[in-house]
Design a protein around this ligand. Structure first.
Ligand code: SF4
Ligand code: SF4
Length: 585
């Protein structure tokens, strides 16, 4: 039977067919749908869970593998940075049930804070890596990855990019093979307890293991040569293989499905039979450098293809053939539309108040990061998941106390991000006697990645009820004084301002918690507001809160605000900033 599947759906299907029984992930574009598909389609066969972060997901996965389960752990590229600590040592402990770590990379930063090439992790952490080029391979390679994992006692890195994760192609489905756990845990301390003495003994095994996998790579069907015109030989992998094949279908190709360790002999052999060797790859010169290190002459690689951003078929065609593809000229004169918070979003009021107070806002990863953009422009830093609190701590330690709010720091973080890695940041701040106001914007969901459950939402990935972590009790337990923990509505700007003013005056940490649910996820919609044109002075204060439901209209000489009732949720934030009281329900 055949089905049209996205790469992520195909990976989930591959996990099902390959007998995976344990899957864990932290949501992050472009990886999110892998676990969502597993949980929705294979709930009886595969246990699945969202973990609070990528490190805990991988650690759970290593435990499941130790207990004999075939295991899948998925995350986006920056998530692997978080999971790197257990990853580098899991390569030492090895596995029992096959363990595959999916890294979904995001060339061109469609929805990420950096652009990194996680192929480098395979070399750095010394583990084999597979890269599929379409959905069929995404499914088939997953099974191959689990087989390699078990045969060589190693986790396997499975790297995709956004185009593989999200584009769809036809997949031939197969039957599920069962790999039930024996129900026994190995008590093998030399293998699983990484004391220095044990780890020292494991390291040479890893080097030997890589040599053996490199031998497998020479003959594995994961790597294949497609002979054509030998004037041009192309070495490529992943989605860029498809682009190169489209551009030069008659050329010779060495298509690599296993991109670490590399098949040195196969590469040398291929290179010796083609006149001109071109390496086509996105982002870093990962393959090119390794091929050059083999002493193989590469005629073109990164001298031709950009090191930044995502390649696209037309660009690869143009660079390989010199023929500019016919492109439709982009429409001109279109207004620039920066991403904005949703109408009625509970984050808006908090940022309107923080802007008014002129505090320095140390931000984090989530929908609220959009508050850095015009017109709100009230977030001043955003580094990585959980860094809002720790950066606020570092900043406030250096700048010290100040009389005005200009040099005071508020850390803003969402509930999911707080559970991900904000908790340890707050522990750092409390322990080291820092002083910052931590605003936890609890919208009861992981909103930015499409509304996944989190430890505070009260449900697991499969919708089963689970204990919701109580944020107030948690921050008190971490050391914030109970009188400094304030719960306030994100829609009550007066109350928010008063609470922030009070807490900013205190010489000790505070937590301001807002608990208004995500309007999109919980379908919050109240009676829309409207503008009394005769009262409106055209001051544009309401525009400053950055709601797409509000716009300015011109009638003759008069300029006044208008509200689109289709978008407005009636949250009243724009009304509260209007000094003319021109916005009413
Ligand atoms: S804030 Fe009030 S007065 Fe100013 S433009 Fe908006 S509706 Fe008109
Ligand atoms: S009340 Fe104002 S800010 Fe809230 S959704 Fe409606 S137009 Fe937007």
């Amino acid at each position: 039977m055949k089905e049209v599947l996205s790469g992520n759906e195909a990976i989930a299907r591959g996990a099902y067919e390959a007998g995976v029984t344990f899957a864990a992930a932290y949501p992050g574009t472009p990886s999110t749908e892998i676990l969502e598909t597993i949980s929705a389609r294979y709930p009886g066969e595969i246990y699945s869970q969202w973990s609070p972060n990528e490190k805990t997901a991988l650690e759970c996965g290593v435990g499941a593998s130790m207990a004999g389960a075939r295991t899948l752990v998925s995350m986006k590229h920056v998530g692997v940075n978080v999971a790197a600590d257990p990853l580098f040592t899991a390569v030492y402990t090895g596995v029992k049930g096959g363990l595959v770590l999916i890294s979904a990379d995001d060339p061109n930063l469609h929805s990420s804070q950096n652009e990194q090439d996680n192929r480098n992790f395979a070399k750095f952490a010394k583990l084999p890596m597979l890269e599929p080029s379409d959905s069929q391979e995404a499914k088939d390679f997953l099974k191959a990855a689990l087989d390699i994992s078990e045969a060589f006692d190693t986790p396997v890195l499975f790297r995709t990019t956004t185009r593989i994760s999200h584009s769809k192609s036809v997949v031939e489905l197969g039957e599920r093979e069962e790999y039930p756990s024996t129900g026994e845990i190995d008590r093998n301390t030399r293998k699983y307890v990484m004391l220095p003495g044990h780890a020292r003994q494991r390291h040479p095994l890893i080097e030997e293991r890589l040599k053996k996998i490199a031998q497998l790579a020479e003959t594995s069907p994961l790597n294949r040569v497609e002979w054509g015109d030998t004037h041009i030989g192309i070495i490529s992998s992943g989605i860029t293989y498809q682009y190169a094949k489209e551009a030069l279908p008659g050329a010779s190709f060495l298509k690599l499905g296993m991109t670490w360790p590399l098949p040195a002999k196969l590469i040398r052999d291929f290179a010796s039979k083609v006149k001109k060797l071109i390496v086509v790859e996105e982002l870093d010169p990962f393959l090119e450098e390794q091929i050059r290190l083999l002493g193989v002459r590469v005629d073109h690689g990164k001298d031709l293809f950009p090191i930044l951003g995502e390649l696209e078929p037309s660009c690869v065609t143009a660079l390989l053939t010199g023929v500019e593809p016919k492109k439709k000229a982009p429409a001109e004169g279109l207004p620039v539309r920066p991403p904005v918070l949703c109408p009625g979003c509970s984050h808006r009021g908090v940022f309107a108040v923080l802007k008014k107070l002129k505090v320095f806002v140390s931000g984090d990863i989530g929908c609220y990061t959009l508050a850095a953009l015009p017109p709100l422009e009230s977030m001043h830093t955003c580094l990585c998941m959980g860094a809002s609190i720790t950066m606020a701590h570092g900043i406030s330690k250096v700048i010290g106390e100040s009389e005005d709010y200009k040099n005071k720091v508020v850390a803003v973080i969402g509930d999911s991000t707080f559970f991900h890695s904000g908790v340890t940041g707050l522990i750092d701040l409390i322990w080291n006697r820092g002083n910052a106001v931590v605003a936890i914007q609890d919208n009861r969901i992981t909103a930015m990645t499409g509304g996944q459950e989190n430890p505070g939402s009260g449900h697991s990935v499969s919708g089963v009820e689970s204990p919701a972590i109580d944020l107030e009790k948690l921050v008190i337990a971490l050391g914030v004084k109970p009188e400094n923990v304030r719960v306030v509505s994100a829609y009550d700007l007066k109350a928010l301002e008063a609470v922030f003013r009070e807490e900013l005056e205190k010489p000790e940490p505070s937590a301001v918690i807002t608990k208004d649910p995500c309007v999109l996820q919980y379908r919050v919609k109240g009676e829309p507001m409207r503008v009394l044109a005769e009262k409106c002075t055209g001051c544009k204060r309401c525009i400053g809160v950055g709601c797409i439901a509000v716009s300015m209209m011109q009638k003759g000489e008069e300029t006044f605000a208008a509200i689109d009732p289709n978008f407005c949720t009636g949250c009243t934030v724009c009304a509260q900033v209007c000094k003319a009281e021109a916005i009413i329900r």
